[in-house]
Ligand binder design. Structure first.
Ligand code: IMP
Ligand code: MG
Length: 187
């Protein structure tokens, strides 16, 4: 079945070129920040939304990293739920390690707040957060986001990893999903 992008996307909010430019700047900042690390930094991607952002970032990193992924999302449809469920954990011992959580979008903040606490409890030395997108208006709990690609308004977006019911992750840009798509029953 072909994706009818014109029907699904109301507006492109961040195009491909703009994303790559920003990712380049962010990786430069990370290369500076982690300049003198002695052990590999764990880049912990949150499945599945962070996959594209992670790939683009990681390619431009010049210090040692381990790429790990965890599935903690409890987001269903277009509504964010407060509790996280670890669907897929990492089997790496994180004690004493520097971790960078790589996320697609921070909305209420509850996913990252909970995850950060779990990792610190497991003995991580440092847990930093980088996200491609941030929706500050959606915030319900305070969480320190260390680096953000783009701040966006409180709209439901898809593309560059972000989905609606598993669709549209592969779009090379970030776009606002037409309301009719997620307000339609049974979709
Ligand atoms: P939070 O716990 O509310 O910050 O939830 C963040 C998670 O909700 C993200 O990792 C996404 O999986 C999902 N999410 C939040 N906003 C959007 C959106 O606009 N499009 C797609 N997924 C979203
Ligand atoms: Mg996510």
């Amino acid at each position: 079945m072909k994706v009818d992008v014109d029907r699904a996307i109301e507006k492109v909010v961040i195009d491909e070129e703009t994303i790559y430019k920003r990712v380049k700047q962010l990786s430069k900042e990370l290369n500076d920040y982690y300049d003198d690390v002695e052990e590999p930094v764990i880049f912990l991607g949150i499945l599945k939304g962070s996959v594209m952002f992670m790939a683009e970032l990681a390619k431009r990193i010049n210090f040692e990293v381990n790429l790990e992924f965890m599935d903690v999302s409890s987001y269903e449809g277009a509504q964010s739920s407060g509790n996280i469920k670890i669907e897929k954990d990492i089997d790496t011992d994180v004690s004493g390690k520097e971790i960078l959580i790589v996320e697609d979008v921070v909305d209420t903040g509850s996913t990252l707040k909970a995850l950060r606490e779990i990792l610190l409890k497991r003995g991580a030395k440092e847990v930093k957060i980088i996200t491609l997108l941030d929706k500050p208006e959606g915030r319900k709990t305070e969480v320190k986001v260390d680096r953000t690609g783009f701040k966006i308004p409180n709209e439901f977006v898809v593309g560059f990893g972000l989905d609606y019911n598993q669709k549209y992750r592969n779009l090379p840009y970030v776009g606002i999903l037409r309301r009719e798509i997620y307000e339609k029953k049974g979709e």
